[in-house]
Write a protein that binds this ligand. Structure first.
Ligand code: A2H
Length: 255
């Protein structure tokens, strides 16, 4: 970890359709699962959203103009309350207490991706003490995401265990977003195959894959989708973040 606070982009993923039972008391207000990412430029490639089945989450009332209710860890909500996102600084108005399984298999509408609807799916390696506890999934560019995505694709019993139906997983494919010289236009897929990664728990190989892709992706990566196509990642990261924030689909978050 570096010194000083880390800047994340919060990506708002709107719950589409009927709210799950535990969230019905929210009423008519829009509910968003909020993911913290370091890679806003990859949001064109979102295929799903990750939550950890056994982890605790809350829904809380923000002070945003749309009356938005956010779902994330209580820890992240508390941080947000000191970053101007609640009516009273330091105070979190909790609307519902949840575990990940309560919000599993939800249909979401997420910004920038070409998928009209994506689903919340289980990732077992999510940490409690980082970001919001909600992670957006870009299997083309994140080795962790691709490994967890393939675990679900390959293992029907794993889907069944968490009540995930086939249509939430099987029709989705990684989307090329960034061309990295030597690693192709889906660097996580390339490294998963090359390093023969077996699962989301394959810690050492996943670390190796992240090391091989992270800096190279940032310094040499070129966008291959969207309005910034043909431009270098390092030149457009801020622009994509700003586009999300200006559209009300993202926020800047520090921890
Ligand atoms: B990144 P850092 Cl395409 N537990 O977003 C586990 N992982 C978490 C998390 C948590 N509680 N909160 C956030 N993350 C993930 C995109 C992405 C990310 C790509 C490539 C690499 C990458 C799409 N997933 O991260 O320890 C989120 O995934 C590589 C590390 O604070 C977030 O950015 O540096 C990143 O880890 C933040 O990790």
């Amino acid at each position: 970890e570096g010194v000083g606070p880390m800047e994340y982009t919060i990506v708002k993923m709107k719950v589409a359709g009927k709210l799950p039972q535990k969230l019905q008391k929210v009423g008519n207000k829009p509910v968003f699962l909020v993911a913290a990412t370091l890679r806003p430029e990859t949001m064109y490639g979102q295929t799903n959203c990750w939550v950890r089945p056994d982890m605790r989450y809350i829904a809380f009332q923000t002070n945003l103009p749309g009356g938005d209710v956010f779902v994330c860890t209580e820890r992240a909500a508390r941080n947000m309350s000191y970053q101007g996102l609640t009516a009273t600084e330091g105070k979190v108005d909790i609307v519902a207490e949840l575990i990940g399984q309560d919000i599993m298999g939800l249909a979401l509408s997420a910004p920038l991706t070409s998928n009209k609807v994506i689903y919340t799916l289980p990732m077992l390696t999510i940490k409690e003490d980082k970001g919001t506890g909600v992670v957006t999934s870009v299997p083309s560019d994140s080795p962790d995401d691709y490994a967890a995505f393939m675990d679900l694709k390959k293992k029907q019993p794993f889907r069944e265990k968490y009540s995930i139906s086939d249509e939430m997983v099987i029709p989705f494919e990684p989307i090329p977003v960034i061309d990295v010289p030597g690693l192709g236009n889906m660097c996580a897929v390339y490294l998963y195959d090359k390093l023969k990664i077996q699962s989301q728990n394959d810690k050492e190989k996943l670390l190796e894959a992240k090391e091989q892709s992270y800096l190279k992706g940032f310094y040499e990566g070129v966008m291959c989708v969207g309005p910034f196509s043909g431009k270098k990642v390092q030149d457009v990261k801020k622009d994509v973040q700003k586009q999300l924030v200006d559209a009300g689909q993202g926020l800047i978050y520090y921890e």
